[in-house]
Ligand binder design. Structure first.
Ligand SMILES: C[S@@+](CC[C@H](N)C(=O)[O-])C[C@H]1O[C@@H](n2cnc3c(N)ncnc32)[C@H](O)[C@@H]1O
Length: 283
């Protein structure tokens, strides 16, 4: 980049606007933006400004200031990082299949299982949970009350998740999982797959900001909170861990992402696998 271009860029996103946007995003989503995220923010903001047919970041900041409630959903959607994939960190699904489902099927005398995917993005995570559930329970699922709740702050990713239609890439999911759970598209949709109704039926998708109050009562047998708390600061993380703890059944699992840890909340859980934590039965 030339010096002039760099200077023009600097002028476009002033320190004041950057600070305002960081504060706006933090207050409304808990996501911490700092200098290290400036490049990413710049790219996403450029798209927003273009989308809104504006001339500058300053103009967009003015919109956020004068009409924050009307603009916040659109803006938070534009800022979130939604990277995900089917059977991402597959060892979590293997643990569910090999250890947790046998345990739940043995222990849950009420034949009820509740799982929450708490930052579900475009749906690959809850669908992976649902497929694992169907495989682990087989025909027993007919006599059990099994529900998966999938939530995210971002209404765009939730729309994709609900539709359940994905590009068919060779590495989409292990071949064995495809049979019966995905329907291959035909003709114009030959490069796409659709999640089968029996998988979709297990899941309820809802918009939920983790920072706000949670309407559901639980208790949950398993909570997935993967690759979202890394965007939050320590106080927000600890607040969330405390709330997850309360919503988990005694003996329930909390599953984090590969680079995440419980910090000081570690003392309230047993570590039972890589980023898999159990709330003690008698805690
Ligand atoms: C990187 S994705 C992780 C998706 C999935 N859990 C995984 O591990 O593959 C992070 C998700 O967290 C969501 N998110 C960010 N802040 C949130 C908040 N305050 N409440 C709920 N979801 C949030 C984003 O919209 C995004 O879809």
């Amino acid at each position: 980049m030339t010096v002039v271009a760099a200077q023009q860029r600097e002028e476009q996103l002033t320190d004041k606007d950057f600070a305002f946007i960081c504060q706006f995003v933090y207050q409304r989503s808990g996501i911490v933006l700092n200098e290290s995220k400036k490049e990413m923010l710049y790219r996403r903001l450029t798209r927003v400004v273009r989308d809104r047919k504006l001339k500058s970041f300053a103009e967009y900041c003015q919109i956020l200031k004068t009409n924050p409630e009307a603009e916040q959903d659109y803006f938070i959607n534009a800022i979130t990082t939604n990277l995900t994939s089917f059977f991402r960190e597959n060892h979590h699904f293997e643990y569910l299949r090999d250890h947790e489902f046998p345990r739940l099927l043995n222990n849950n005398k009420d034949r009820r299982i509740r799982i929450w995917s708490s930052a579900c993005s475009t749906g690959e995570e809850p669908y992976s949970i649902a497929i694992t559930t169907l495989k682990a329970m087989s025909t027993r699922i007919r006599n059990w009350d099994v529900k998966i709740l999938a939530t995210d702050i971002d209404s765009n990713v939730l729309a994709t998740a609900k539709a359940g239609i994905y590009k068919d890439k060779p590495d989409l999911v292990p071949e064995v999982y495809k049979r019966g759970y995905f329907q291959k598209g035909r003709d114009g949709n030959a490069n796409k797959v659709r999640i089968q109704p029996q998988v979709q039926e297990l899941i309820t998708f809802k918009q939920l900001n983790l920072l706000h109050s949670w309407p559901m009562k639980g208790p949950f047998d398993v909570i997935f909170c993967r690759n979202v708390i890394i965007y939050f600061d320590k106080p927000t993380q600890e607040e969330l861990f405390s709330r997850y703890y309360q919503l988990l059944k005694p003996g329930g699992l909390l599953i984090l992402g590969h680079s995440e840890s419980l910090g000081s909340y570690q003392q309230y859980f047993e570590t039972i696998g890589r980023t898999i934590f159990r709330k003690p039965e008698h805690g």
